[in-house]
Design a protein around this ligand. Structure first.
Ligand code: ADP
Ligand code: GN1
Ligand code: MG
Length: 373
């Protein structure tokens, strides 16, 4: 995708009716998909006010208008519930700032779609667990998020990315990428390719269960990494779930698993020293406890039983996606250095291996908390 130019960004800012005088603009956050900016305004009434402005990734999200329809629907629903529960709707859910024409997005002359959100104040999104308690609180919040959306009319949600967590289909796309080898990288990643091919049954696991109707489809977040939740700076609680682009019908085990793959790792997602990358059983246990609690007794026995598999499958899937992108020439995930997607894929496979070694410990931990429901 073409880089955003300063002129393009400045023209877009004028299309949102922000109050006050713009005093700074800068890129923000460490998401892999959208281009995120923090804008700071000086206002007469409220002093400095921050807002988030994002260019939505048009390669990843082919139908941005439908995507924003999902987000306005989901955030209105959450807002209502937060008010009913006596919470603060300006901090506990995303709030879309409409463009000057009233639409929840702005399409610029280059065809890029932009959106803006109120900035969640006095909260932080973490790229790695700094305090275990934060991770626990993020689990409660992601579980609670799912609970708040339990009565959302799922049939009105658009599927923003087809087959997003269809690991079986992702495995096939990977095999095609290996065959095509369009940027001649396959020969240099033989071990990684072999690692994937040896684990086809992991890729197929949940589609098998789903086709037998053994797991319920729920409205899920589908991208539950730790930096997609804002942790309140004062209370340490998971105050707001953000990055709602992939809220769609899905599996609770995947929401659980994606959090584990990112947050229970002892190293960053792109760590190059693989000896540092392990799946921490302490963090796994904390998250499992928090998530089961946050879901408030709604998880079925099967959903709980398959939580370790959710962790392994999501980590494996993410590794496959990074490797596929590497083989296709890095067109999906933003990269910041050479071989970035390869480094990311290696951490995921190291985690999968480590989970395989710790399989019975993971199962025992889940059994211990299954009575929480
Ligand atoms: P991506 O899809 O690229 O991950 P996100 O929507 O997650 O994009 O935004 C990237 C980062 O920007 C987040 O991880 C978070 O740090 C920050 N961010 C996004 N929305 C807000 C918000 N409303 N308030 C404060 N920070 C935000
Ligand atoms: C992307 O958008 P972000 O950075 O929160 C990706 C997730 C991956 C994750 C890997 C829409 O998440 O699916 O698990 O990177 N989001 C999309 O870090 O593809
Ligand atoms: Mg994000």
């Amino acid at each position: 995708m073409a880089q955003v130019t300063r002129e393009q960004r400045d023209e877009v800012i004028k299309k949102f009716r922000y109050e006050g005088e713009l005093i700074s603009v800068g890129t923000y956050g460490s998401g892999h998909i959208n281009d995120t900016y923090l804008l700071v305004f000086e206002t007469a009434k409220m002093g400095q006010v921050k807002v988030i402005l994002q260019r939505m990734n048009r390669i990843v999200f082919e139908r941005p208008v439908e995507l924003m329809e999902n987000i306005t629907g989901v955030t209105s629903h959450l807002r209502k519930k937060i008010i009913e529960n006596g919470g603060d709707p300006d901090r506990e859910t995303l709030n879309v700032i409409p463009a000057a024409d009233g639409k929840p997005y702005y399409r610029d002359p280059l065809g890029d779609y932009w959106r803006s959100y109120k900035f969640i104040t006095d909260a932080t999104s973490y790229d790695q667990v700094e305090k275990p308690e934060h991770f626990y609180q993020s689990a409660v919040a992601f579980g609670h998020f799912q609970r708040l959306l339990a009565d959302y009319p799922a049939e009105t949600l658009h599927e923003t990315i087809k087959g997003f967590h269809d690991t079986k289909a992702r495995f096939q796309v990977f095999k095609e990428a290996v065959e095509k080898d369009c940027v001649n990288r396959a020969a240099s990643v033989k071990d990684e390719i072999q690692f994937v091919l040896e684990r086809e049954e992991t890729a197929n696991f949940f589609s098998g269960l789903l086709s037998r109707g053994e797991l319920p489809i729920r409205v899920t977040h589908n991208d539950t990494k730790l930096n997609n939740i804002m942790i309140d700076n004062k209370t340490g609680k998971g105050i707001c779930v953000i990055d709602l682009d992939t809220v769609m019908p899905g599996l609770a085990v995947n929401d659980f698993g994606d959090s584990i793959r990112f947050g229970a790792s002892t190293a960053a997602e792109d760590e190059t020293d693989l000896s540092k990358v392990l799946c921490s059983m302490e963090l796994f246990e904390l998250y499992a406890k928090g998530f089961i609690k946050g879901c408030g007794g709604k998880l079925t026995d099967k959903e709980i039983e398959f939580m370790p598999m959710g962790a392994k499958a999501m980590t494996f899937e993410c590794g496959i996606r990074f490797l596929t992108d590497y083989l296709q020439g890095d067109t999906y995930f933003k990269i910041h250095r050479e071989n970035h997607n390869l480094d990311r894929c290696r951490t995921q496979f190291k985690l999968v291996e480590d989970m395989e070694h710790k399989w019975y410990t993971m199962k025992e931990i889940i059994e211990k908390y299954s009575s929480l429901t």
